[in-house]
Ligand binder design. Structure first.
Ligand SMILES: C[S@@+](CC[C@H](N)C(=O)[O-])C[C@H]1O[C@@H](n2cnc3c(N)ncnc32)[C@H](O)[C@@H]1O
Length: 240
């Protein structure tokens, strides 16, 4: 007796054909397992956030109250966009009255009320473009920028710390008086010089490790609250 032909299915496999196990590197498998079982990943899906990173910002805000009252926000290293989603929400930003500007060199799907710049923040044109995009003086600059990893830990740290420093200088140049600056940094990585600069320019400077930030990660956040304002550079600017 001839066997009935085995029907195919939508996956292109024949019925009864074994699925080949794709060989994942042990580190990739561990990452995937951790990602799937991560309660913040599940919560982000349920609550409509593009990334679990949303809960880092929300948790920092719960303790330090930085979002309330913000009228214009600049989001540095914004893709895929969960911080921008929160920023648009708190500022009531709309496409007709944009109050949030986001920058990332990666492509980011559009978000209502968010002007997205696909550009390297270290590009000399980035600061002016961000200010133009946000439409006025921002009272919050948030940065979750992390340099793409090279596999060499020390290099990665230095590059992310550099982004944090450039972001801090940018915040000092653009923030409204009383505004806040939040940026990703690494444990033990914040340079004394940067801390001194922030302490000179803000009323309060603290390091924060939200529980949504994985405990095994050296990631931390640097929060500078209450910008003291820029001193006029010349007597002319001071109105003398
Ligand atoms: C951890 S992710 C940000 C997640 C984001 N806060 C969210 O809630 O979806 C860090 C981002 O920083 C971006 N980034 C790193 N260096 C950058 C640079 N020099 N200019 C612009 N974006 C940068 C990366 O492309 C990446 O998308």
């Amino acid at each position: 007796m001839t066997k009935a032909p085995i029907a195919g299915n939508r996956t292109g496999r024949k019925l009864g054909q074994k699925v080949k196990k794709t060989k994942l590197k042990a580190s990739s498998r561990r990452w995937l397992e951790r990602h799937i079982n991560d309660p913040y990943v599940q919560r982000a899906k349920l609550e409509g956030y593009r990334a679990r990173a949303a809960f880092k910002l929300l948790e920092i805000d719960e303790k330090h109250n930085i979002l309330k009252g913000a009228r214009r926000i600049i989001d540095l290293g914004a893709a895929p966009g969960s911080w921008s989603q929160i920023a648009a929400n708190v500022t009531g930003s709309t496409d007709a009255d944009v109050r949030v500007a986001a920058i990332d060199f990666l492509e980011m799907a559009p978000l209502p009320g968010v002007k997205i710049l696909q550009l390297d923040f270290l590009d000399p044109e980035a600061p002016a473009k961000l200010i133009e995009a946000v439409g006025g003086t921002p009272d919050l600059v948030i940065s979750d920028m992390a340099a793409p990893t090279t596999g060499h830990q020390k290099t990665d740290h230095l590059r992310t710390m550099h982004l944090c420093e450039v972001a801090a200088h940018f915040a000092i140049e653009v923030l409204a008086e009383g505004g806040h600056f939040l940026a990703k940094t690494f444990q033990g990585g914040t340079e004394r010089e940067l801390l001194t600069l922030l302490k000179q320019n803000f009323r309060q400077v603290v390091h924060v490790k939200p529980s949504a930030s994985r405990s095994e990660s050296v990631e931390m956040f640097l929060l500078a609250k209450g910008f003291k304002g820029r001193k006029p550079a010349t007597a002319e600017e001071a109105g003398d």
